[in-house]
Design a protein around this ligand. Structure first.
Ligand code: ADP
Length: 403
């Protein structure tokens, strides 16, 4: 239906294995209530009673396995039901992963390889439903008591902390429909750009650091090891993007590759890992419900993600400001950014920039409105191998007061 200024309370009776797809407006919330039956949003069950407030801009599907009646209250951008979903295939995939987790747990104490649960990597073009499938696989696993690790390599959107990071976090219970991925224990590495092509070597280096840290954690924790990982990736699947996917598969030792919505990519990856019999490359249908977002929209969501980090999804956080002296902080950039001009080089020499070189940055007014990550590194040369504690937004630079 066309958006209206006022929409009355409405009820939908959903047949088994069908879903109600809803797009929430950018400046309004929408309430959802389960009246009877059971239903879930991306793998997390709707509570049996009470209204749930869905944040602005959300695009959701309320899916039911056995039939349900739900109610919507508030204005939406669009809402319609569909009984054509790939959910049965998705849940079957989950069942196979679950069996592998059980096998890994049974092999505990024995050989390391056998006690490693599935390391699933989800790949596909932008808007193929990768993040959504990751959420479902994680929530279904958590519902059964597993604590899988979610790894997000998508620096463009970034569902764990802010865009520009690659990060990981254990998922101990189904992902909250409103609050999203839990933020208590994320392990985040800051890349600082929404696009890997700016410095692919740093992107790769950070993937290696994250993988190594997870490897160490897993070696001391049989439970997380058996539960395995679900890895979300970027929607860039050609050229360098494709190369980075292959890198990710190797670095994180993925053994299940789920390819969404692109036959060609599936074939390419299958051929590429053919010599490794322990990697399964599986093709999955994309859902017609996935909402297409253009690059402008994606850019907007990026800004909102950053805003959400500081103010909370429901605007319930209050970031506090702090004034610090120039002498109390050191700011660095990874990668020299610009190369030495050709004219400054000996004849015949090619300019090379060391992509992972650390450069000390002079604090200036150029820094106003930038977001900086706070590193755990004790020494500058540890920065690239250190995860970050959080982020700060530079609101002002006072050159005179040096603060
Ligand atoms: P990708 O990670 O491949 O870019 P997403 O999983 O983020 O894609 O999906 C894009 C958008 O579509 C998201 O806003 C998501 O919530 C929405 N979406 C996914 N599946 C459905 C569905 N079945 N019905 C309605 N919206 C959906």
């Amino acid at each position: 239906p066309a958006p209206a200024a006022v929409q009355p309370l409405r009820q939908f009776k959903l047949d088994p294995q069908s879903e109600l797809r809803v797009e929430v407006l950018p400046d309004a919330t929408l309430r959802v209530r389960l009246v009877s039956g059971t239903a879930e949003i991306f793998g997390t069950e709707l509570p049996p009673e009470g209204w749930l407030t869905i944040p602005p801009r959300s695009k959701i599907a309320i899916f039911t396995w056995h039939g349900a009646t739900v109610e919507l209250d508030g204005v939406s951008e669009s809402e319609y039901t569909s009984d054509e979903t790939p959910m049965v295939i998705y849940v079957n995939t989950h069942a196979i992963l679950d069996a592998r987790r059980a096998r890994a747990r049974a092999a505990q104490g024995g050989d390391l390889e056998a006690s490693q649960g599935p390391r699933v990597i989800v790949v596909g073009p932008t808007d193929s439903g990768k993040s959504t499938l990751c959420k479902m696989l994680l929530s279904w696993a958590a519902k059964l008591g597993w604590k899988p690790t979610y790894v997000d390599l998508d620096i463009g959107q970034g569902s764990i902390t802010i865009p520009g990071c690659i990060s990981a976090t254990p998922i101990e219970k189904p992902i909250d429909i409103v609050d999203g991925i839990p933020l208590e224990m994320p392990l985040a590495y800051f890349y600082g750009h929404p696009n890997p092509s700016i410095n692919p070597d740093v992107y790769k280096a950070l993937m290696r650091e994250l993988a190594q840290t997870l490897e160490t954690q897993f070696s001391g924790n049989a439970e997380s090891r058996a539960a395995g990982m679900v890895i979300n990736t970027m929607g860039w699947v050609e050229g360098l993007g494709y190369e980075l996917l292959l890198n990710a598969i190797e670095i994180f030792k993925a053994n299940v590759v789920l390819v969404l919505g692109q036959e060609k990519l599936w074939k390419m990856l299958k051929d590429a890992v053919q010599s490794k019999p322990n990697i399964d490359v599986v093709k999955l249908h994309k859902s017609e419900g996935v909402v297409l977002r253009n690059s402008k929209y994606r850019q907007k969501t990026r800004s909102f993600r950053i805003k959400e980090y500081f103010y909370g999804i429901a605007n319930d956080l209050a970031p506090h400001s702090n004034v610090v002296n120039f002498s109390d902080v050191s700011v660095f950039r990874i990668g020299s950014g610009h190369q030495a001009p050709r004219s400054a080089l000996p004849i015949g020499a090619e300019p090379v920039a060391d992509p992972t070189r650390l450069v000390a940055v002079n604090i200036s007014t150029d820094m106003v409105h930038t977001v900086l990550a706070v590193s755990y590194a004790k020494e500058p040369d540890e920065i690239i191998s250190s995860n970050v504690a959080g982020f700060i937004h530079v609101t002002d630079v006072d050159i005179q007061r040096r603060s």
